[in-house]
Structures are given as C-alpha cells and as structure tokens.
Design a binder for this molecule. Structure first.
Ligand code: CUK
Ligand code: CUA
Length: 668
C-alpha cells in the first residue's frame, strides 16, 4: 500500500535524523566546536537528552508555519465536544462545540440556528447541555475516509451528532427515541449510507418504567441504524430504524467492509442478565454478576436484509420510531450470536473485512473470527438458540485464531504491513501482533511497548479503513500520574504518540518508539480517528457574503452592505446589521423594554481569518461570525438598561473601537 507505492516523507526524515545524530556525535568525538554544532550540542547537553529523546523530538517537531501530516478527531468524553489535533506535532487545533455550549465558536449563546441544533438534543423536553462523547466516525467512500463529515455519539443520553468538515461545525443532533443511553456508536458503513448506534445499559423500549424484577422480559437492548443523506448533510430519521435485542448490554460495533460489507458486528456483555445487588444485598453486584459467564455474545447483524425488512414496514413503533422486534429479527435471519470469551470490549474489522477481532477484558487472548467461517456456520445451521431464541453459532466453527497478548486487552487497530495493535489496559502497554494469511505468515505476538498509563483506545493513521497508512499510532491513556505537573487532584489524560514505521525486529519494543506525551485537559476522550491531512478541504472563508452555515447557502434575508436598517412593527423590532473591520452598522440600537428583538448580523469581511464576534452583556448573547457568515439572534428585551455591545475577536488595530450601544428604555 502507501509504503510500496510512494516513498513516504518520514523516510527522508529518518535519514536526516540519522545523519544529524551521526554528525553530532562525530563532531562531539572530534571535539570540534564550530558555532552551530556547539549550539546544538549545548542544547542536548543542557537538557540532558538521550539519543532517543533527540530522535523523538526531531520526528515530532514542526517548525513554525509547517502543517501537520495527519489530523486526529477525538471524542471529548464528558466535555461533550470533539477535539481536533495535528499529528505528529500533537498540537490542538480546535475543540468543536457539539453537545455542550462553546463560547469561542458562539456555540449555544443566542445564535438561533445553533440553538435549534442544541434543542433537537433535548430529552423529554429538557435541555441536556453536556454529553459523554465516545466514538467519532469519519465519513467513508468505498471504505476510505473521505474527509467530508464526522459523526459522534453521546453515551449518556443516546444522541448522535453530525459535524460538517467544510466548516468543522455541528449541523445536527438527533435524540434516539428508543433508548436513553448508547455506546456502540458511531460507526459508519463503507459508503456512509448508515451511521450505527448500538445501545448499552438495557431499559424497557423508550426507557419506560418497568420494575427491575421484570428485567428478563421487559428490558431490551437495541442497535439503531441511522440513514445518512450525504447531499443534505443530515441523518434522515424517517428512513432510519432500530433493531430490538435481548437485554444484553450491547457494547461496541463495527461495520463490515469489502467481503463483509452489508453486515454489522457488535460485542456485548452482561449476558448474565445481572440486575445488581440492591441495598438489601440480596443480589450480586454488577461487576461480579455481569462478568460471571465464560462467554458473552458477539452480535452478527445482516444490515442489508434488515434494511429491507424495515422498508417493508415489518416493524413496530417506539416513540414514533420504527423498530424491528426481536422475534422478527430471528425469523428473518437478521441476527446471530457468536460466543466471545470473558467480558469482551469492542470488535474491530480487519482492513479486508475478512477477520473480526474481539478481546476479552479478563482474557489475555485476543480472538480472531473469520467472516467466511461465520457465514459457513450460518449456512450449516451450526447453532444452538439462546434463552431468547437467537441462534448462537458454534465457537470453534467460527474462530480463526487466538493470540495471547497480555493483560486486559481492549481495542485493536491495523496498519498497512499486516500488523495489528491492541491496547492492554491492565499491562499499560500496546501489543503489536501479526495477522495470518493473507496479511502475513502467521498470527503471532511480536512484542509490546509500555504506555503511561491505563490505555483505553488507540488510533492508527487511517486505522479503520480498507487501506490503513501505518506510520503513527496514538495511545489514549486514562491516567497520567507522574507524566505532567499535577494541576490539582484532577489530572489530564495522556495521548502518547508512537512511531510504528519500523518493522517489529527494529528494537526491543517490537519496533515501536514512544515519541511524545500530550496532556488532555478536557473530559475523558475514548476513541479517535486519524485522517490524512490532505483529505480535508475546509472553507477558508464562507463562499458568499450572507452565508448561513446551517443551510450551507446564502440567507436571502442576510444584512449586506448598504441595506442595514432597524424596523419596528408594533413591539417587534428587527435589526439588520453588518460587521466589518472595525465597525458595526448600525452602532447604536435604541428600543423599548419588552420589545421582541430579532437581530441579524453579517460579517461582510472576506479575508482569511477575519472573524468578528458580537456580544451583548447581561443578555447572555455571544456569537461568532466567520468571514461571510450571517447569524440571527432572537430575544425579548425584558430588562431596561444601557448595554455596550462589542466584538470579541481582536480583529484589527481599532478592534477596541468595534463596539456600539444597545439602549433599552424603561417601560412607560
Ligand atoms: S470505550 Cu472507553 S476505552 Cu466507549 Cu470505546 Cu473502550
Ligand atoms: Cu471585530 Cu474585533
């Protein structure tokens, strides 16, 4: 793949590093002290760097003005946001406002279209302005990231968001009508027809009340398939559906690709149907009860067939949303189970779609299933039904290999050299292991590298695609302990950049080298995806003045230069205002207490990076206007007073003068 066809940039860099080091040491040895070399040596000396440190620094350093080669989209955990990070420099580029208000982007402070996006995420009519984002998914075309959209789930409230990568802005938040929490989302099918959202903690459908004693019969699991309309840039709820599952705790999903395209795989746990110990301690605590059995079940779903069943109307409605009942899924051959050892966490589909990798948190092995063998077991009806009648395929008939990796294996990524990488939570390490044919000769562990500490997910460059790039891996570590200056007792997480470009025999860590620690000081990220930077082509400025980013079109009602005005109709006041370096027109707005205010603002600047803000103190209004953007704010001026409004972006030498007065005269 990439490495065979082109000479990657790092080759030259490694040669350069090698030459630089060789030169440095040769010069040291000969005690040569020409000016530049002496400066170079002095820095290394002064800072007490080892050879490895110098190599690591040279591999990650980006001189001012040089851009990164890859971009990570990371979940923001319970910050509710998505973080954008450059690789290999590990510089934070942006934190995208998603489920949680974000002041810099004016996300959730009066901009009417943004308020509508956030309101769509209400649960039972209540604003929920935080989220626990777990798994971002980049949109794909033919199984490769295409750089157009990112999707992200909210585990806490079972919501899914759509981010458009033309402007890195959230365009849609959708509440799952069937479930109150999720986990196995978001994952996309190879052409992004479907965005997958699997459930987690079972509840009755629609999170209605049912006594916990009725867990077995009344509680349900689910997987939801959201239909994505790429042209509209939105999920189409009317074409989407859920599939009812037994009340096992569905965990993580992955979409099939190439040979397995059209199928979806989700792991699960708590097939024990544990319901907790209760205050009277009559039951079994969850962590013991939900990990008692040797096996849980990987869910194998025929999505292509399920979509036909849903389209034919063979569904029930839950809160107005189409759901395929469990019995229908069984009768129509949409759902099979495969035993997975010891509290599994996650299922990852290999680049060719042929193998499914599942690791049990309490099993030192990772288990590799063959999609072909699963299909054969289905054809042979080589199964026993579970308690709900779902066919459980024979374990031995579906397994390709088991590889002993270490303690607490969790998630797996792939590269272009036939290696797989699995996080070892309990060992605080990354295992590098080889895939068998057709990727390599045999399934075997090549070695591990320690990480710091308690790694959850890991992400490799284009690591979920049909053509991973290799080269870079980032370990998403939960604890950082001694790695950074402690900012109080709540510590950042640690993203560690690892070079995986060398073959496994290159050093004692199976060829891997730890390069850089990046503290993550916002929420707890779970998963991330890494895309080649040149696949992203965001707008530099909006295409036309008066652009409505939500509609991705010019707002016909946008204020433009020359038509600025204030109109009154009864107690409705409408303002059309423009912003340009360094002036608002109009810069005085005088109204009456109790007026309903509709305030449109357009940034008529069209230069790269010429963003203006617009904030009104006291009224909790703060919007961001990127070049060309128009926005509308609506509020009732219920408080009289004198309110200086101003621009929050330091946009010019006369930025402080970019201000105005909003005067609300008292009633009567
Ligand atoms: S989960 Cu958190 S480390 Cu939500 Cu993918 Cu495994
Ligand atoms: Cu516009 Cu400061």
């Amino acid at each position: 793949m990439a490495r065979d066809s082109v000479v990657p940039w790092w080759r030259g860099r490694i040669v350069f590093v090698g030459i630089a080091l060789f030169t440095a040491f040769a010069l040291m040895l000969s005690a040569c002290t020409s000016g530049d070399d002496a400066a170079y040596d002095a820095v290394i000396d002064d800072r007490g760097f080892t050879d490895d440190d110098v190599v690591a620094a040279l591999k990650t350093y980006k001189p001012s003005g040089e851009h990164d080669d890859y971009v990570i989209f990371s979940s923001g955990g319970h910050s509710g946001q998505v973080h954008v990070i450059g690789v290999p420099s590990m510089r934070l580029l942006k934190t995208i406002g998603v489920f949680t208000p974000e002041p810099w982007q004016g996300w959730g402070y009066g901009n009417q279209t943004i308020e509508e996006v956030l309101e769509a995420g209400q649960v039972d009519g209540r604003d929920v302005l935080w989220a626990d984002t777990h798994h971002p998914a980049l949109s794909e075309t033919e199984g490769d990231y295409d750089g157009e959209f990112v999707f992200i789930n909210d585990k806490a409230n079972a919501r899914v968001a759509v981010i458009d990568l033309r402007d890195f802005e959230t365009k849609q938040i959708i509440k799952n009508p069937v479930a109150i929490n999720d986990h196995g989302g978001t994952m996309v099918t190879p052409n992004t027809e479907w965005v997958i959202e699997g459930g987690q903690y079972a509840t009755p459908n629609g999170w209605e009340y049912a006594p916990i004693e009725e867990y077995e019969s009344e509680y349900k699991g689910m997987v939801t398939f959201w239909k994505f309309d790429r042209d509209a840039g939105r999920i189409d709820e009317s074409q989407s559906f859920a599939m009812e599952m037994p009340p096992y705790w569905q965990d993580l999903c992955d979409a099939g690709k190439l040979v397995s395209e059209g199928w979806v795989f989700c792991n699960s746990f708590n097939t024990e149907l544990a319901t907790g110990e209760g205050l009277d301690k009559s039951g079994v605590p969850f962590e013991a009860g939900a990990s008692a059995r040797e096996n849980d079940y990987m869910h194998v779903i025929n999505l292509e067939a399920a979509a036909e069943v849903a389209a034919s109307g063979n569904t029930v409605e839950v809160n107005g949303f189409d759901m395929i009942p469990l019995q229908t899924a069984i009768d129509e051959g949409l759902l099979y189970f495969v035993p997975e050892p010891k509290s599994p966490h996650g299922v990852d589909v290999a680049p060719r779609g042929d193998y499914l990798v599942v690791s049990g948190k309490l099993d030192p092995h990772t288990t590799v299933y063959s999609f072909e063998k699963i299909q054969q077991a289905i054809a042979d009806e080589n199964w026993e039904p579970d308690a709900y009648g779902v066919p459980v395929l024979d374990f031995d008939a579906t397994v390709e290999a088991q590889v002993e990796l270490g303690l607490g294996p969790l998630h797996t990524q792939f590269d272009d050299e036939g290696y797989a990488y699995t996080s070892l939570f309990l060992d605080s390490a990354v295992a590098r292991w080889s895939l068998g044919p057709p990727y390599g000769d045999e399934f075997k562990l090549d070695g591990t590298i320690p990480v710091h500490y308690n790694i959850g997910h890991l992400v490799a460059a284009e690591g979920d695609t049909v053509s991973p790039d290799g080269d870079w891996l980032v370990a998403l570590n939960k604890w950082s302990l001694d790695r950074f200056l402690p900012p109080g007792p709540l510590l950042p997480q640690n993203f560690q950049l690892i070079d995986i470009a060398q073959p496994a025999d290159a050093n004692e860590n199976a060829g891997m080298q730890l390069l850089y620690d990046m503290p993550i000081g916002w929420g707890e990220p779970h998963y991330a995806q890494m895309i080649k930077a040149d696949k992203l082509a965001p707008f530099e400025v909006y295409p036309e003045i008066g652009w409505d980013p939500h509609e991705m079109a010019v707002d016909p009602n946008a204020p433009v230069s020359g038509n600025e005005r204030i109109e009154r109709d009864g107690n409705n006041v409408e303002i059309w205002m423009t912003a340009v370096r360094s002036h608002y027109t109009p810069d005085r707005v005088e109204i009456l207490q109790g007026d309903n205010v509709t305030w449109h603002v357009t940034n008529i600047d069209t230069s790269f990076d010429a963003t203006h803000g617009f904030s009104i103190p006291g009224y909790n209004i703060n919007i961001s206007l990127e070049p060309g953007e128009t926005a509308t704010v609506e509020f009732v001026a219920d408080q009289s007073g004198t309110y200086p409004f101003y621009c929050t972006e330091f946009c010019s030498a006369l930025h402080l003068e970019m201000a105005g007065y909003f005067l609300v005269a008292p009633e009567g």
